[in-house]
Design a binder for this molecule. Structure first.
Ligand SMILES: O=P(O)(O)OC[C@H]1O[C@](O)(CO)[C@@H](O)[C@H]1O
Length: 308
């Protein structure tokens, strides 16, 4: 079972319009409303691959109740931890021409004491966990160190941790010894202040991260250890909705790493991440992949480079 913490869950709304135009009245062609936040998208992709997951969700207010009900309706196992305030809504506007536009609300104000039951929920699940995934933003105003107990407890219990965090929470995840930190290129540069990817990755490794996986969009994905950089190219010529592609890539990475824990093959893990990320672009909403395409992309020979 894989434990997935979504620190700032959301009612994820996707509006499809003919063409995104700033400063005009836009008629919405179709609406999708799904439980989201990056971690829930990871859990949904893992579940679609038949992997047992257990989500930990700090939820508040009527929209929190909606998320809990929608998660249950999707057949996902979850522990909903009540927090003050109202679970946020995110709105993504997509058309057939431009990149999606995402509006993300900040999320509720969660005081430090309200995080303690979340810590307890994570701790209770660790004895039966193969991996812990911490994915997505924290509610605005929550301290970065909120992630520390989840990761430190999992590491102490010998559980593989994949942290897809940004900003100070990415540094806190590395400090807590996350097995894998998975920022994208921009998040890595922003959190570490290093313009060079290798320097940024080494900064996280120095702080305590085991491996740093950097997603590079159309330029593929790379894994940095102290001694090598393994690089895999992106799947070429895939068009569609890239919202949630990074979350699907995280799911692919976790899937590959938990299948091969004794001796993780980084190239295979990166190829799985790239294939899942590309397969998510083919689906209209985040949290889904085109499974047939994902498995086809996986068997396509992709160039892998490894440098010492
Ligand atoms: O959890 P966050 O990091 O705030 O990101 C949330 C948003 O990003 C997406 O997960 C896409 O990656 C959306 O589904 C939306 O929920």
């Amino acid at each position: 079972m894989i434990v997935v913490v979504t620190p700032n869950p959301a009612v994820d709304v996707t509006y499809r319009v003919d063409e995104q135009r700033i400063g005009t009245t836009q008629r919405v062609r179709s609406v999708d409303r799904l439980p989201g936040g990056k971690g829930l998208n990871v859990a949904r992709v893992l579940a679609s691959e038949g992997v047992a997951t257990h989500s930990v969700l700090p939820l508040g207010g009527p929209s929190g109740t909606w998320v809990a009900d929608a998660v249950a309706a999707l057949g996902l196992t979850a522990t909903a931890v009540p927090v003050p305030g109202e679970t946020r809504t995110t709105v993504t506007v997509v058309d057939d021409h431009a990149h999606p536009t995402m509006f993300g609300e900040p999320g509720p104000t969660v005081p430090p004491v309200a995080w303690l039951p979340v810590d307890e929920a994570v701790r209770a699940l660790l004895p039966t966990a193969e991996a812990l995934v911490v994915s997505g933003s924290l509610p605005v105003g929550s301290a970065a160190e909120v992630v520390t107990p989840w990761i430190a407890d999992a590491v102490a219990a010998g559980v593989l941790v994949v942290a897809d965090c940004s900003g100070p929470a990415l540094l806190a995840a590395a400090d807590a010894g996350a097995t894998v930190c998975k920022p994208n290129r921009e998040e890595l540069a922003e959190a570490t202040g290093c313009a060079d990817e290798r320097d940024g990755a080494l900064a996280l490794l120095d702080r305590g991260a085991g491996i740093v996986v950097v997603s590079r969009g159309a330029d593929g994905i790379a894994a940095h250890t102290r001694t090598e950089v393994v690089e895999v190219a992106a799947v070429p010529d895939v068009t569609g909705n890239p919202t949630g592609a990074g979350d699907a890539a995280t799911a692919g990475l976790v899937l590959a790493l938990t299948r091969d824990t004794a001796d993780p093959d980084l190239a295979t893990a990166l190829r799985t991440a790239a294939a899942f990320g590309a397969a998510a672009v083919l689906r209209p909403v985040a949290g889904e992949i085109d499974r047939e395409a994902a498995h086809r992309f996986l068997t396509d020979p992709e160039p892998t480079r490894s440098t010492a």
